[in-house]
Design a protein around this ligand. Structure first.
Ligand SMILES: N[C@H](CCC[C@H](N)C(=O)O)C(=O)O
Length: 283
């Protein structure tokens, strides 16, 4: 067998939800008060698909008080992400297996969330209620979140992270990289924003393409799908339960009284160990 375990290496898992891919570091066992092991430098080094591992988000599992675990998210540019729905499903599945349970609770930067196994190989997570106050999104000034003063008339929705949802006649025809990058850096979003381009493809059925803050185009974005479901309902395009097709597959969304529930598949691809040399160079 190949020797992969370097002395003082750092174990990690590679997971994905609909091709939205993650490095997951489990640093439980140090106490809820302990800071995580991830630094911006480590996130950037690991996120490099040529010289590191490559990921859309890095998720770090930590101890929590009053919940089964805590979860921190990082983008590959070294910035923090306040929410990540697909990684939450993947890690919830891993934790349910480990704890021998069908449901778990977790704490993220936005607060307490919960997840349940649905029984058909899918995992559902309650991503919490949408944030529809301009301060919470956050936006730079008081504006109507349902009609931002911007070309394309987007809806702003916070899901623990900011989203700008554009309804377009044909999402396939949009220059996601060009338009998305411009909106990500629009001064209306002081913390930048994730950007979704969405078209209605049938009754309660949407097609979504995404430009993620700090990551660029990804194959899926769970929090973006939540924001899209909320925006579509606010605009009167759909009911509160929708199916959303993203580049990597399909997500089911249900905006209930207790929050936006998102259901989809999970995949745990491999486990490996970062070498001490890599960690030292990452700083
Ligand atoms: N892929 C993630 C969202 C990442 C959002 C991140 N790019 C940010 O800076 O907020 C998801 O499944 O929800």
């Amino acid at each position: 067998m190949m020797e992969t375990r370097a002395p003082d290496g750092l174990p990690f898992m590679k997971m994905h939800g609909l091709g939205n891919d993650f490095v997951v570091i489990d640093s439980r066992g140090r106490g809820a008060a302990a800071a995580g092991v991830t630094t911006p430098g480590l996130a950037r080094a690991l996120g490099d698909r040529n010289r590191g591992v490559g990921f859309d988000q890095l998720a770090e599992i930590r101890d929590a008080e009053g919940a089964d675990f805590a979860l921190d998210f990082w983008n590959s540019d070294g910035s923090r992400a306040g929410a990540c729905g697909n990684a939450t499903r993947c890690v919830a599945d891993y934790m349910m297996r480990q704890l021998g349970r069908e449901a778990v609770t977790l704490v993220t930067a936005r607060g307490g969330l919960s997840a349940v196994r649905r029984g058909d190989g899918l995992v559902s997570v309650n991503m919490g209620p949408p944030q529809l106050d301009w301060r919470e999104v956050p936006l730079a000034r008081e504006v109507d979140v349902e009609h931002l003063p911007m070309d394309g008339d987007p809806v702003a929705v916070g899901m623990g992270n900011p989203h700008a949802v554009f309804f377009v006649p044909d999402a396939e025809a949009v220059d996601v990289a060009g338009w998305g990058a411009r909106v990500e850096h629009d001064p209306l979003f002081p913390a930048r924003t994730n950007v979704e381009f969405v078209s209605l493809t049938g009754p309660d059925h949407l097609r979504m393409r995404v430009w993620e803050r700090g990551a660029g185009i990804t194959l899926a974005c769970g929090s973006g799908a939540c924001a899209t479901a909320v925006a579509a309902h606010l605009r009167g395009l759909t009911g509160r339960r929708v199916v959303i097709d993203v580049d990597g597959g399909r997500l089911e969304l249900d905006w209930r009284a207790d929050g936006v529930w998102m259901t989809g598949p999970v995949a745990h691809v491999f486990d490996a160990v970062l070498t001490a040399d890599f960690l030292a160079a990452a700083g």
